[in-house]
Design a protein around this ligand. Structure first.
Ligand code: AMP
Length: 111
């Protein structure tokens, strides 16, 4: 079954877009947990970080580089990139995504 991010990618439901190229789409999270909360997702449907292969290295580098560019632009005082993975990891949408969080000091460790 298609995920909510798959439906965003197909244009079926809208998003508040930050960036798009051939490989990734970035958009504001609908329920932000920080003043800056942007999601960076691959256009290819990969369920999670636990599903990537060595052959995905270029795509992963592309995603991480874009997260860094977005973080620098939107949260110049610093930011955090999070990839929730699986049930205990807190993943709720089964389409790989990077959270870019910032705009306030972020506690560590996370709860
Ligand atoms: P995770 O819990 O790591 O799987 O993150 C999924 C994220 O997707 C959550 O932070 C949700 O708030 C966010 N989300 C769910 N639906 C939408 C949507 N339609 N547009 C933007 N963000 C969404």
């Amino acid at each position: 079954m298609q995920t909510i991010f798959g439906r965003i990618l197909s244009g079926e439901i809208p998003c508040n877009k930050v960036f798009e190229d051939d490989v990734v789409l970035a958009f504001h999270d609908v329920a932000p947990v920080a003043p800056v909360h942007i999601l960076v997702i691959p256009k290819r449907e990969v369920p999670s970080l636990a599903h990537v292969e060595q052959t995905d290295a270029e795509m992963l580098g592309h995603l991480l580089h874009r997260a860094a560019e977005i973080g620098k632009e939107h949260a110049p005082n610093g930011f955090r990139v999070v990839v929730n993975t699986g049930g205990d990891g807190g993943q709720t949408v089964e389409h790989l995504h990077l959270h870019v969080l910032g705009g306030r000091p972020l506690a560590w460790p996370p709860g």
